[in-house]
Design a protein around this ligand. Structure first.
Ligand SMILES: Cc1cc2nc3c(=O)[nH]c(=O)nc-3n(C[C@H](O)[C@H](O)[C@H](O)COP(=O)(O)OP(=O)(O)OC[C@H]3O[C@@H](n4cnc5c(N)ncnc54)[C@H](O)[C@@H]3O)c2cc1C
Length: 347
């Protein structure tokens, strides 16, 4: 008989875990207090951008492996459920500061050392596309590994794939609390889940960092995304381009947008003149789950047999989710623990 597994939370972590478990034959039930993407996964940016290739470490390797595999992983989701996540590997362009050339050349060499072919970084004086940011040096760093997806479409696509595989995604089910839940239980409850974990374990396991983002009407679906002056500008398949994000440790309302987002939009328009006349079509805010380690937080919930945590996506949850899901499925279905040391919950 198929293994029954309950997943709490229908953000990217919960849905990715549920899909991975379902496609390996488990019978999954996802229980979501509100709706798919009600937490930080309901946003607009969706950059799948690699870490800097210098100072390589296990977290960067896990993310790299996940980004390389992402195209096939998301294609399988779309094939199973019939809904696309808006995924495309469209690359990235970054302006090069004057005086930063040596550092950029070292970065290109580092990428060559750790990225598998055909992925690479390149220096160019003639980047293509409508969204090229101004560059003080007249040079731009490009790469062909960075991809994007639509966070909202990705949530819908995963839910469709889970249902097509015989699983259940129950929305508006009310907040779940530990109790008599059937089967192993995966807690993918984002920032509120880190607070609950901290309270249960009596030590700080992490918390929430608010972010705001916007969508502008700009149809450039094949254009590389921009990373400049700390901003992500990400063209999507649906005729919009996302701008992200603020990073706010102190906030009163995690879902409210304000003047900080106006300032972000204004900066993006200065960086990329093509955005100047584009209307704002969406303003959004959410609270990212940031573990104390800043890495994903995965593993058995101490003191709760059968309960497993999948959390801590922080700023790269969409890129990391397939890797986290594979580790959770290995653990829950096969008893195989592949969780890197830096991702574990200490006992
Ligand atoms: C402005 C902004 C921009 C971002 N940009 C990017 C980006 O470009 N690329 C990227 O990879 N990442 C990005 N991120 C980060 C990414 O969104 C997060 O890492 C990711 O969404 C975390 O997913 P999650 O499933 O862990 O949490 P969440 O999406 O918050 O999901 C948790 C879910 O659990 C539910 N829940 C909570 N408690 C309970 C309970 N007790 N019972 C039942 N349900 C419960 C909630 O309702 C929620 O739906 C961004 C985040 C923000 C805020």
């Amino acid at each position: 008989m198929a293994r029954a597994v309950t997943v709490i939370g229908a953000g990217i972590m919960g849905l990715a875990c549920a899909w991975e478990l379902a496609r390996r034959g488990a019978t999954v039930t996802v229980i979501e207090a509100e709706r798919i993407g009600a937490g930080s996964s309901g946003g607009t940016v969706g950059a799948l951008a690699p870490h800097a290739p210098e100072n390589w470490n296990p977290k960067k390797q896990v993310q790299l492996d996940a980004l390389v595999a992402a195209e096939g992983w998301w294609a399988a989701v779309a094939a199973a459920g019939g809904e696309g996540p808006g995924y495309a590997r469209t690359g990235r362009v970054q302006p090069v500061e004057g005086g930063a050339l040596d550092r950029v050349r070292a970065r290109i060499a580092a990428a060559q050392a750790v990225w598998p072919a055909p992925f690479r970084m390149t220096l160019t004086d003639a980047p293509e596309g409508p969204l090229v940011p101004d560059s003080p040096s007249g040079l731009w760093l490009t790469d062909n590994l960075t991809a994007r997806l639509s966070p909202r479409a990705a949530g819908r696509a995963l839910a469709a794939a889970i249902r097509a595989a015989g699983g259940t995604v129950a929305e508006g089910a009310g907040p779940q609390h530990p109790g008599a839940l059937p089967g192993p239980v995966i807690w993918a409850t984002g920032a509120p889940g880190l607070a609950a974990l901290s309270a249960d374990l009596g030590r700080a396991m992490g918390g929430g960092v608010k972010g705001q983002s916007a969508l502008l009407a700009l149809a450039a679906p094949d254009a590389p995304q921009v990373f400049a002056d700390g901003l992500h500008i990400v063209p999507h398949a649906d005729g919009t381009a996302a701008i992200g994000s603020t990073s706010e440790r102190a906030f009163l309302d995690g879902a409210a947008t304000d003047a900080q987002l106006d300032a972000l939009i204004a900066r993006a328009r200065v960086l990329c003149p093509a955005l100047a006349g584009c209307a704002v079509v969406d303003r959004w805010a959410g609270v990212r789950p940031r573990a104390a380690s800043r890495a994903p937080l995965i593993g058995p919930w101490p003191g709760r047999p059968g309960h497993v945590v999948a959390n801590g996506g922080f700023k790269i949850g969409f890129g990391m989710a397939p890797a986290v899901a594979a580790m959770v499925a290995d653990l829950v279905l096969d008893g195989v623990d592949r969780i890197p040391e830096g991702f574990r919950l200490a006992g």
